[in-house]
Design a protein around this ligand. Structure first.
Ligand code: PGA
Length: 236
């Protein structure tokens, strides 16, 4: 399984250090071999930790340059970061990133050999229009994206489930993940209101290879509990 903690714009550098100390010791004490990735804010980036991958939530697709307010490859390299989230719904819907910009970002970081966690997902109004509208919306989010990229991980995150406490019913996750599986062999994560209470049952679903957790990952203990659930699943 792959378990990701997306801090968004939460936690200070000090809080992130304390958090990573808890998660790292949990992972080594329990000899966890699942992949654990933490996405702190830029101000809390650390050089690679021992057993937890550190990724960024965003970056500008350039080596360096005149991009006020952005950070680029040069700054990521200083921290040894080689993992990035691209296409998160908050980047698309709150920050207004277009599919063209997202595809340019994808191409650049793929060329640099990054592990890319590429996010797709529909707003509620689209889901309510039925399966055809839903799938054409998701298909459009793959424009300019190489589904065969070797270090690709896909995260299905319905916009209406992110930060709302709402999660799709299992059948909706299974159907979407089956459709994504037909497009790509990449691992498929589910994200959107994943928490200790539902993580296990989501990870048990067909074609779910892990979870991308926002709010519930802010507690190191809760995130460790979800890591433990993933490890237990393997032993069933
Ligand atoms: P959430 O966020 O777990 O708070 O719903 C998930 C995400 O945005 O990646």
């Amino acid at each position: 399984m792959i378990l990701c903690a997306n801090f968004k714009a939460n936690k200070t550098r000090q809080e992130t250090r304390a958090y990573l100390a808890v998660v790292e010791s949990f992972v080594s004490a329990n000899t966890i071999d699942d992949t654990v990735i933490v996405f702190p804010p830029f101000t809390a980036l650390e050089r690679m930790s021992r057993n937890v991958l550190i990724g960024v939530q965003n970056a500008y697709p350039a080596q360096n340059g005149a991009y006020t307010g952005e950070i680029t490859l040069e700054q990521l390299e200083e921290f040894g970061v080689k993992t990035i989230l691209i296409g998160h719904s908050e980047r698309r819907h709150v920050l207004g990133e277009t599919q063209e910009q997202i595809a340019a970002k994808f191409r650049f970081f793929a060329q640099q050999g990054f592990v890319i966690i590429y996010c797709v997902g529909e707003p509620l109004a689209v889901r309510e229009q039925g399966d055809e509208a839903l799938m054409s919306y998701i298909d459009a989010q793959f424009e300019g994206i190489d589904c065969n990229y070797a270090d690709l991980i896909i995260a299905y995150e319905p916009v209406w489930a992110i930060g709302t406490g709402l999660t799709p019913i299992s059948q909706q996750i299974v159907e979407m993940h089956a459709a994504l599986r037909a497009k790509t062999q990449a691992p498929l994560l589910y994200g959107g209101s994943v928490k200790v209470d539902n993580a296990r049952s989501i990870m048990e679903l067909d074609n779910v290879d892990g979870v991308l957790v926002g709010s519930a990952s802010l507690s190191a203990n809760d995130f460790c509990e979800m890591i433990a659930q993933a490890a237990e699943l393997k032993n069933v």
